[in-house]
Design a protein around this ligand. Structure first.
Ligand code: ADP
Length: 485
């Protein structure tokens, strides 16, 4: 019966209070806890839960007895065992919440009631949603109190400032930073900013008016150093770029000059070739015409004319061969047929081809040829090499007309020497004479195409050999070809 009556007091009269201001439910709960036993404790659990829910919502006021009541409920929970675990843990949560509320009341209750008596919350700043912030009325700057005075019973909540800031810092600000930083919460807006440091400031409105959140670099010199480093990098890069630009320009200028030089050489080459072709062709034409018209009476004269035609034709052939060889070189690799050959035979053939000219020009041709030297060569091309060198020796000898041709085995290679006592060359020109179209400008006007030595060098190198030259102006020149044994 008592259980029924106390339950009905709790359910129906929970908001009623006695003369002393203590709600009736406080008595009812105390009595229920007293009559509680093993059989009825489950039923009492529902009443206790209902009661605590109403207390939390503010329907049942908290009084100075609340703390004691909560202690008794806790003791009762520990002494009994309940099958409805959901309910008992709900009661636990309600109890914790109520304890917090109770602590709040104990801490701020008097202050708040003083505040109300003095003129309410009108002087406090509204920060949105009708809340007013009373951040330091208790002297505790750490806790912030937010009150909404629009309800019959003022509602509000308390914020632990440091806890909140830590939550903000830990969750949002921790990620996405490349540098070490520090965060400060400042009161007031007079933040002392240093010029070197990059500072992000943001007011913590609406809940913390007058508070400023500042994020700045831990190391103030970081940006300065960073900029300094970058300046160096950009500086060096700019210098390098400029150097590269100048180099590029210099190369372009050099290329242009080279291009012009080559263009001039090519045009010289055309006129030289024309001239070179003209001389033997004129001879061939003249002598052939004389023969045809029967102007030549004696047999010996006829023979001489025919041999001139033959020799001039050979000279033409040599020149055309050089041009053809050079054009093959330019297009790609010319074809070589390497056969083990006797080198003295090749040299002799080349000399023999030039016999007519040597005799005509009254040359003293001295040979010293080792007859037993064999090498893997393209004999036709090698003969072209010797012919070119002999023809040069012949062309560029004016006063002393002597040629010395040697073939011998050196310590570890085969050597071919062709020496003349002609006009010779300046030392500083020697490195260029093998270049295509290159001709040394001389006072003696000796015709040529500038391709003879280019072809010589190409062929010798195709045989894995080397060609070198020593010369002195007015004294003569000596070309040396070395081939592998
Ligand atoms: P070119 O058709 O002009 O003779 P080469 O390539 O054979 O062309 O020779 C290049 C240049 O080297 C010649 O123009 C000449 O000035 C110089 N030269 C070549 N051989 C001799 C030599 N035996 N004596 C002097 N000068 C030579």
């Amino acid at each position: 019966g008592a259980l029924f009556h106390y339950n009905s007091i709790i359910l129906n009269y929970f908001s009623e209070t006695g003369g002393s201001g203590v709600p009736y439910v406080y008595y009812a709960i105390l009595q229920l806890l007293k009559i509680s036993n093993h059989d009825n404790c489950e039923k009492i659990l529902s009443a206790v839960e209902f009661c605590l829910e109403k207390m939390e919502l503010g329907s049942i006021p908290l009084t100075f007895n609340t703390e004691e009541l909560l202690l008794l409920i806790e003791k009762w929970l520990q002494e009994n065992t309940f099958t409805n675990l959901g309910k008992s843990s709900h009661i636990e949560n309600l109890k914790t919440s109520l304890t917090q509320q109770f602590q709040f009341v104990t801490e701020y209750g008097n202050g708040l009631s003083d505040l109300m008596k003095k003129g309410g919350l009108n002087n406090y700043q509204t920060i949105g949603n009708d809340f007013k912030v009373i951040n330091s009325f208790s002297g505790n700057r750490q806790k912030l109190l937010l009150i909404n005075p629009n309800f019959k019973n003022h509602a509000g909540f308390l914020i632990d400032r440091e806890k909140l800031f830590n939550t903000i810092v830990k969750s949002d600000l921790q990620s996405g930073f490349e540098f070490d930083y520090k965060i400060e919460i400042l009161t007031g807006y007079n933040s002392n900013t240093s010029e070197h440091n990059l500072i992000y400031s943001s007011p913590l409105n609406p809940y913390f008016p007058g508070n400023l959140l500042q994020i700045k670099l831990k190391d103030e010199n970081l940006i300065k150093n960073f900029i300094e480093r970058r300046s160096w990098i950009y500086g060096i890069a700019t210098v390098l770029l400029l150097v590269a630009m100048f180099l590029g320009i210099a190369l372009i200028i050099r290329d242009n000059a080279r291009e012009k030089h080559l263009a001039r050489l090519r045009s010289d080459f055309i006129s030289n070739v024309t001239h070179e072709l003209k001389t033997p062709l004129t001879s061939v034409y003249m002598f052939a015409e004389s023969l045809l018209l029967g102007r030549v009476k004696s047999d010996s004269e006829r023979k001489e004319y025919l041999s001139i035609i033959l020799k001039e034709s050979e000279r033409l052939k040599r020149m055309i061969n050089n041009i053809l060889e050079f054009s093959k070189m330019e297009k790609g690799k010319p074809e070589y047929h390497f056969i083990n050959s006797n080198l003295s035979s090749i040299l002799k053939a080349a000399i023999h081809e030039m016999d007519y000219w040597f005799e005509k020009e009254k040359f003293d041709v001295v040979t010293e040829l080792d007859e037993n030297i064999y090498a893997e060569v393209d004999s036709e091309k090698m003969q072209q090499v010797i012919s070119n060198l002999l023809s040069n020796a012949l062309k560029y000898s004016i006063n002393t007309k002597k040629i010395f041709i040697r073939l011998f085995n050196n310590t570890n290679h085969i050597a071919i020497e062709i020496e003349d006592w002609g006009i010779g060359m300046q030392e500083d020109k020697l490195s260029q004479i093998f270049e295509e179209f290159y001709r040394i400008e001389q006072k003696e006007s000796i015709s040529g195409t500038g391709l003879g030595l280019t072809v010589v060098k190409e062929i010798v190198e195709a045989h894995k050999g080397k060609i070198s030259v020593t010369s002195e102006i007015g004294k003569g020149s000596k070309f040396l070809i070395t081939l592998n044994q």
